[in-house]
Write a protein that binds this ligand. Structure first.
Ligand SMILES: Cc1cc2nc3c(=O)[nH]c(=O)nc-3n(C[C@H](O)[C@H](O)[C@H](O)COP(=O)(O)O)c2cc1C
Length: 354
């Protein structure tokens, strides 16, 4: 059983202040490329109405040349609080993109300085900015100058074990005008492997005045509480733990506010959520949405009898109706078994390799 210490509760009772902007939750939904579109965020928001959400990362160079809002940058009219995340290495393009993001409704602009993917780093974006701190500073300064909303940075602890420079880097980001920093406790070389090194996040928290958000390995309420206790961070950001489990941010937020742990959703409730997710993606993006839904559907299909078989079927669905049929049949099968005979705990969320 996990308990919320009075100390932690008091420490986190105030809203999270990102510059002038206040957020009534200390739990954030991470930006996840290919995952956190408007549909996914609607589901997360249902369980975590106060939490900050992030769009998928948007390429500022693309925006500069196309000048048209990509679908990944769309936010709902009343979607609050919301941050639009941008990536690039050109301060001028990022400043321009930030203005478009504010017009679209962004409450804050987040700059991606942590993406490890070659395609991004070889063009000077994402985590390669850890190796070019002067460029990163210039980016933050340019974006801060171009918009009135707070500008934040999400990064890693360094390029590899021999180049862990997060302390110097974080100081520079703060001095350049960043109003919050999220630290993913892994190096670029680690990708998503090995445990996140929360000790570095604790050290960043010690030296900065702006809020520090801890990221990496937050797969449960317990992990969130341990991380907050260990790092002293101002909040936690959930990432892979939300894939196929849009309940996580709300569960942690609820616990931090009340000290009560919500019962985990039953397998049937999770499949009903999957069904809705599939339908919403179809409505929003048509058949492309259904193809994108395949991976989501497989992530939901865990922790109940015959889940592996369902995963196999859902990973290749051809259209929305086929997907609905498979899910409905699985729900009927679980109902016939009776909720009482089912495990209600989700399987431990294992890191998903991408
Ligand atoms: C599929 C996937 C997509 C991601 N996309 C983004 C992104 O667009 N922007 C970003 O800053 N981080 C992105 N990340 C990194 C996560 O936000 C997070 O920093 C990382 O997964 C570590 O947290 P975790 O150990 O809890 O998963 C992505 C990670 C995954 C697995």
């Amino acid at each position: 059983m996990i308990t919320l210490s009075a100390q932690l509760r008091d420490r986190l009772a105030q809203p999270l202040k990102i510059g002038q902007f206040e957020v009534k939750s200390r739990v954030l939904q991470a930006p996840l490329s290919g995952v956190t579109d408007l549909v996914f965020r609607r589901l997360v928001r249902r369980f975590a109405p106060d939490s900050m959400m992030y769009t998928e990362m948007v390429n500022a160079t693309g925006l500069h040349y196309v000048k048209e809002l990509p679908k990944i940058m769309e936010v709902d009219d009343n979607e609050r609080p919301i941050s639009i995340q941008l990536f690039d290495c050109r301060p001028d393009f990022l400043a321009e993109a930030a203005q478009m993001a504010v017009e679209e409704g962004a409450d804050t602009i987040d700059i991606n300085m942590g993406c490890p993917v070659n395609k991004i780093t070889k063009n000077g974006g994402g985590s390669s900015l850890l190796r070019q701190p002067e460029v990163a500073e210039a980016i933050v300064r340019a974006v801060v100058e171009s918009v009135k909303v707070p500008v934040t940075v999400k990064t890693r602890i360094g390029w590899n074990d021999n180049e862990i420079n997060i302390l110097d880097f974080a100081r520079r980001m703060e001095a350049a005008g960043a109003q919050m920093i999220t630290v993913h406790g892994r190096t670029r070389a680690q990708g998503y492997n090995g445990p996140a090194k929360w000790e570095w996040i604790a050290r960043v928290k010690e030296i900065l005045s702006i809020p520090v958000i801890a990221n990496g390995d937050i797969f449960s309420v317990e992990a969130a509480v341990n991380c907050l206790e260990f790092t002293g961070a101002d909040g936690v950001m959930c990432s892979r733990g939300t894939m196929g489990y849009p309940f996580l941010v709300g569960e942690i937020d609820h616990f931090l506010k009340t000290g009560e742990k919500k019962p985990a959703p039953s397998p049937i409730a999770r499949l009903q959520c999957a069904r809705e997710h599939l339908w919403m993606l179809y409505e929003y993006k048509g058949d492309r949405g259904v193809r994108q839904a395949r991976k989501h559907m497989t992530w939901y299909s865990k922790g109940f009898p015959n889940a592996a078989e369902l995963r196999g079927k859902l990973s290749v669905i051809e259209n929305v109706h086929q997907g609905m049929e498979y899910i409905d049949a699985a729900i009927a099968e679980l109902m016939a078994l009776g909720e009482a005979n089912l495990t209600t705990d989700a399987e431990p969320m294992e890191p998903v390799l991408v």
